[in-house]
Design a protein around this ligand. Structure first.
Ligand code: ADP
Ligand code: MG
Length: 322
């Protein structure tokens, strides 16, 4: 069952240099219970995609296209409707999680409130003690030492990594239908990262929460998700089952991302970085956005923008597969 349907999403930002289109023709369908990894280099538009789904874009953004969460129309909804959607249907853990917490309330206050909101929405009456216990248990699951003490602190008294885990704890208390986690583990030690990945998987398998896991790290996306969507310059270049995308990447950009993963078991074989850098949105190449960095570029790639092709269970934006 399709939970989230995105079709021809276009997001532009108004800037001093005029309107700059960042996301251009993004399609994405997510089923109930799926974990999708959204992968791409910094600046490829991953966060913009996440912010579009919860409609928390900066003031200078323009959003066009279709975003449906079940039958709810995110693009057309009123602010009030969006407010009630966020948290119940969809929750986003921001890349900069400090923005998600209220600076003048303690962590405990905010977690307890979150737990109470969820119970209220489920029609259950729960007292504050129960909500407190639930909050402590969520903090423990996220391996935050001394959770009783953390509950008493204000956001500014905690580190970035601690706050990130508190916001993830919040998502666990809310149990939304779709959880968008934007680089949720980038500020964490690898051991804590592994625990967060495990908890997100658990949230998915036990409660059927669909997860959109945004990361620049394709190996991490593979560890958590059943499907991988590769973004480049604001467009989807490849979308398919994780196993297939990792083992047999088809798009030259996905191939480049995979050959730049370090392999601890192999001492021979140098890492291969993708030459060049991502395109500037104010000066996009005329044809395929990736062609200036692509080893397999053909004449056509310089001139024409490839459309989306369907190859088995994969979506590809590349003339090689026409
Ligand atoms: P990612 O998360 O993949 O690193 P982002 O979605 O954050 O990418 O950003 C994509 C592009 O949009 C970047 O070039 C960034 O500079 C630009 N951008 C993001 N927010 C704004 C904004 N409010 N105004 C103008 N440009 C923006
Ligand atoms: Mg980002």
């Amino acid at each position: 069952m399709t939970l989230l349907h995105i079709e021809n999403l276009q997001v532009s930002y108004k800037t001093l240099r005029g309107e700059v289109r960042i996301l251009d023709g993004v399609d994405l369908d997510i089923d109930k219970g799926e974990i999708v990894g959204v992968v791409g280099e910094s600046g490829s538009g991953k966060s913009t995609l996440g912010h579009s789904i919860v409609r928390l874009l900066p003031y200078n953004a323009k959003l066009q296209g279709k975003i449906l969460i079940e039958d709810f129309d995110v693009v057309k909804a009123s602010e009030k409707q969006m407010y009630s959607l966020r948290g119940t249907s969809v929750f986003m853990v921001f890349q900069n999680p400090l923005n998600s917490l209220n600076p003048v309330k303690t962590v405990g206050h905010q977690l307890i409130e979150t737990s109470l909101i969820r119970h209220q929405k489920e029609g259950k009456k729960v007292d504050k003690d129960e909500a407190y216990r639930e909050s402590i248990s969520a903090l423990k699951d996220l391996r935050l030492p001394d959770p009783e003490n953390i509950m008493k602190r204000y956001p500014h008294q905690l580190s970035g990594g601690q706050i990130q885990r508190i916001v993830i704890a919040m998502s666990m208390l809310l149990k939304p239908k779709i959880l968008i986690a934007d680089e949720p583990t980038s500020a964490l030690d690898v051991t804590v990262q592994a625990q967060v990945v495990k908890l997100l998987k658990q949230l998915n398998s036990e409660l059927g929460v669909s997860v959109i896991f945004i990361t620049h790290d394709i190996a991490l996306a593979y560890a958590i998700s059943s499907r991988i969507l590769v973004l480049y310059g604001g467009q989807v270049m490849e979308d398919g089952p994780s196993e297939d995308v990792i083992k047999v990447p088809l798009h030259p950009y996905s191939q480049g991302l995979i050959s730049s993963i370090p392999n601890i078991n192999k001492s021979e074989g140098k890492l291969k970085a993708i030459p060049g850098s991502p395109p500037s949105f104010t000066n996009l190449p005329k044809g395929c956005r990736f062609y200036p960095r692509c080893e397999k570029a053909m004449d056509k790639c310089r001139e024409q923008v490839p459309g989306i092709l369907y190859k088995g269970n994969r979506h590809l934006r590349c003339f090689l597969y026409e």
